[in-house]
Design a protein around this ligand. Structure first.
Ligand SMILES: C[S@@+](CC[C@H](N)C(=O)[O-])C[C@H]1O[C@@H](n2cnc3c(N)ncnc32)[C@H](O)[C@@H]1O
Length: 333
């Protein structure tokens, strides 16, 4: 089988697929509260289009599909998307990143359709702070969503938290304590320059080292060996079995082990979260002058081309770094 290998020898096995740029929260580090610059509806890939692209990707060595957004559970056909990916001949492992709000009604159906596990985002345990951080009063729905994911055995339930200085950084220890008590697999993610408001400040970022130091004041952290291509550095907490992950995307990039490609909801391949260029496949998918075989061959070629163009690193720490024009919500986190 052909593989997606770049000029640095990295083999790509993971495809992050954004199914929508819409979201039912307005997390301050992701989207301004009055954000209105949505993708045109007819640019979003249909289920058939998504499945064709994902099938071609699996024929080229992609073994894991992570569905994301925006908020992927806002897509009314999300269960069908999962089911159809699961029915593909090469059956990639399917996971999903969500804010959890709609999981109560959907977790069991998603599991039955073939979803393996979920990552749920939650930055605070304080209802009022949640409202301030997301501009929506949905804290209870997220907690209920996490419980629904556990009940549906979408395991392990990973909970992702972004800490912000002076906003929620005092919650590092309570979040970990709560996560351990409730069987969540907690991971802290450094805040990245991907907000639609361009408000990210390096000096304000709570770094992985600072998170580690805060946690070590309360817990003993021991590195879990064999990280592979995973973005999180995992630690046993007080000897285990509980663990905590720290994702140092900015302060300690892990680009040399990166095996990820991305597909935006409007059909653009991105070879890096921070890429400034995209490879358009929507026009190929919709080109009616092509036969199915020609179309699929073109899609495969564009995946290979985008992979070959991948840079050695994301460049966030380069003095000439320019933030991508698309915010995280439109790229797919
Ligand atoms: C963009 S969201 C999309 C999926 C889903 N709506 C969710 O809330 O998980 C995916 C992840 O990206 C994270 N994220 C968004 N903007 C970020 C930023 N500027 N820096 C770090 N993480 C960010 C969120 O916290 C979330 O865990």
């Amino acid at each position: 089988m052909s593989q997606l290998v770049d000029t640095f020898g990295r083999v790509h096995r993971d495809l992050r697929v954004s199914v929508t740029d819409r979201c039912n929260l307005r997390c301050t580090y992701c989207m301004p509260s009055d954000f209105a610059d949505w993708l045109p509806g007819d640019h979003l890939l249909s289920v058939d289009e998504l499945i064709e692209v994902i099938e071609v990707a699996t024929e080229n060595g992609i073994t894991g599909i992570r569905l994301t957004g925006g908020e992927p559970l806002l897509r009314p056909d999300i269960v069908e998307i999962v089911r159809r990916i699961n029915e593909l001949p090469l059956k990639p492992a399917i996971s999903l990143t969500t804010n959890g709000i709609r999981l109560v009604g959907m977790a069991a159906d998603l599991k039955a359709a073939g979803l393996k596990r979920v990552n749920i985002s939650l930055d605070t345990l304080d209802r009022e702070r949640f409202k301030k951080l997301t501009f929506r009063d949905r804290f209870d729905d997220v907690i209920a969503g996490i419980e629904a994911a556990q009940a549906a055995e979408l395991l392990p339930v990973k909970v992702n938290a972004v800490l912000m200085r002076g906003v929620n950084d005092e919650e590092a220890i309570p979040l970990l304590r709560h996560a351990i008590a409730h069987g969540w697999n907690l991971r802290f993610i450094e805040q990245m320059p991907l907000d639609a408001g361009n408000a990210w400040e390096r000096g304000d970022m709570v770094t992985a080292a600072q998170i580690h130091e805060m946690l070590e004041s309360e817990f003993t952290l021991t590195p879990v060996p064999s990280r592979g291509s995973a973005p999180a550095e995992e630690f046993y907490v007080d000897g285990g079995p509980a663990t905590v992950g720290i994702i140092a995307s900015v302060s300690k990039p892990f680009c040399e082990a990166c095996d990820r490609l991305r597909l935006t909801a409007d059909g653009q391949i991105r070879n890096c979260l921070f890429a400034r260029d995209e490879t358009d496949i929507r026009h190929v998918i919709r080109d009616e002058s092509l036969t199915t075989d020609e179309r699929r061959a073109r899609i495969a070629k564009l995946f290979a081309q985008s992979t070959m163009e991948k840079l050695r690193g994301h460049g966030v720490n380069d003095p000439l770094f320019i933030q991508p024009t698309r915010p995280m919500s439109a790229i797919g986190g």
